[in-house]
Design a protein around this ligand. Structure first.
Ligand code: SAH
Length: 221
């Protein structure tokens, strides 16, 4: 049973979550802690009711304001790549529904998340509050600037695609830290991991992905 069961809504979807985890394994996700979370965090509470019957399909779904909740495979892959340790501080850029936020917050000590669309912030906060996750701060703002007051971060995960890696995010990466970010335009994006070592930065380029763009500035809705 899910460690996050909320009254009445957890049990119904446990079997479908188990099937999702089996699919993620087939697709190559190997991190057992991440798989355990994908099997226990209730994705359906992060989605509007009209779409919640599709919550455990491996697809992105609309969350309003022209945005989407990321595909479970991508959430699992990025969480695995971020390789978060329990005592670490993590920054997420692009809170969206808050689903990826819940997964990351369960892996680290403190999670900071920034969302540019103001209307999405209280909705995500409500859902994360209902899950009793208390190590999270979500704020409305422009993720291009990061969250310098709370850095440096051991992990930074960006869930929307900038054309180039924002300089502020590199600056807020701790030594030993990892930045996972999709980079590119609407047509062509690549998932990248930047590691900061004592000697500097290492870039690893992974697969082609498709994210909504990381947009400059903030919006009310
Ligand atoms: N991880 C989220 C993904 C949502 S889509 C989820 O699974 O629900 C990406 C999100 O990034 C959107 O909510 C979008 O509004 C937000 N975003 C885009 N540009 C941003 C920016 N400059 N700063 C912060 N958030 C941004």
């Amino acid at each position: 049973m899910s460690q996050f069961d909320l009254q009445g809504i957890g049990m119904t979807s446990q079997r479908t979550r188990d099937r999702l985890v089996a699919r993620l394994r087939e697709q190559g996700i190997e991190d057992e802690v991440v798989l355990q979370l994908m099997g226990s965090v209730p994705r359906h509470i992060f989605i509007d009711e009209a779409w919640s019957h599709r919550a455990y399909e491996d697809s992105s779904l609309p969350i309003g304001h022209g945005q989407t909740i990321s595909q479970p495979f991508i959430v699992a892959l990025m969480s695995q790549l971020l390789n978060v340790q329990p005592r670490e501080r993590v920054l997420e850029v692009g809170t969206g529904s808050g689903y990826q936020t819940a997964i990351l917050a369960s892996l680290c000590q403190r999670l900071f998340s920034i969302e540019r669309i103001e209307a999405l912030v209280p909705r995500a906060q409500e859902r994360l509050g209902a899950m009793k996750l208390r190590n999270i701060r979500v704020r409305h703002g422009d993720g291009y600037a990061g969250w310098p007051e709370n850095g440096p971060f051991d992990g930074i995960l960006v869930t929307a695609a900038p054309p180039e890696i924002p300089e502020a995010l590199i600056e807020q990466l701790a030594v030993g830290g990892r930045l996972v970010v999709p980079v590119g335009t609407d047509q062509a994006q690549l998932l990248k991991v930047i590691d900061r070592t004592d000697d500097g930065l290492n870039e690893t380029v992974l697969e082609a992905v498709h994210f909504v763009p990381l947009v400059n500035g903030t919006a009310k809705q």
